[in-house]
Ligand binder design. Sequence first.
Ligand SMILES: C[S@@+](CC[C@H](N)C(=O)[O-])C[C@H]1O[C@@H](n2cnc3c(N)ncnc32)[C@H](O)[C@@H]1O
Ligand code: SF4
Ligand code: SF4
Length: 271
Amino acid sequence: MENWQDKVGRAILPEVEVSITSACSLRCSDCGFNIPQQPNPWPDGLPQLKKALAILEKLQIKIESIAVLGGEPTLSKHLAAWINLLASSEATNKIELVTNGLTPNLLDLEAIRNIDIISISNYKKEDSLIHLWMSWLQANFIDAEVRDRRHGHWDQNMQEVTLTEQEAKRVWTNCWYRKHCVTIERGRLFPCSRSAKFGPDSDGLELREDTVATEIQTHLLQTEPFASCRHCTPMAGLSPVIPAVQPDDRLPSLHAKALMFLRQQLPDQVG
Ligand SMILES: C[S@@+](CC[C@H](N)C(=O)[O-])C[C@H]1O[C@@H](n2cnc3c(N)ncnc32)[C@H](O)[C@@H]1O
Ligand code: SF4
Ligand code: SF4
């Protein structure tokens, strides 16, 4: 979150994340979004996000790219409504959907016509799921860019750590997440997704009718660490972990079902 202004001096938030559901089809150990214990990201639902976006619009603050995720966003019956709201807001530019790609059968294709980028977390690390997704979208005239996201490792997330003030200052200063994962949740702007899921509400700046732009800037670019940084497992320098480890065989099973569904939608493709 370093580039606060664009070339003509308008306030810009380069990358922001929004969770629209805490439901998920997987149970990844070390899930950075605290699934299945993630707090409800929007207890007052869509109107709460609408209000927050209206405040950003009024302040002429633009989110360059907003990532819609969860949990697993394709599980939300209201995905279309969330996307349409984001697409119609003057506060947002590009919209990205981040999905594990395993439940295309639940996805209302109309829901994703306003999406610019679909990032598929490819936990099985094989090509056919992505190729089939691409062909399926193409067959339905959806021209979103599809990104194949393969993780070599994940940061640990569930250990409990307590850092000294000095260590917290160091992790905050060097933090990768705060540059890419500013999070809008519960009507508040948090410096990262971790603070939104694990930290106190006070780490998020409440977007009120009388919030001014400099308050947002001061909040996100403050020099002192947040309360969450004192307990930041991902930035604590622990050894990395294997991504998306499950308690059972749900990953291969859902993967096989997704391939079968997509192949049925594309009878002419070998995939
Ligand atoms: C929390 S998931 C939500 C969207 C969707 N369920 C998925 O898995 O893509 C968003 C992204 O965070 C990544 N992620 C989750 N836990 C992580 C961790 N402990 N370290 C690094 N990345 C993580 C996932 O791989 C995914 O690309
Ligand atoms: S798929 Fe895994 S990483 Fe994504 S939200 Fe679900 S549990 Fe977390
Ligand atoms: S809690 Fe961790 S990830 Fe979030 S801003 Fe602080 S150091 Fe970065």
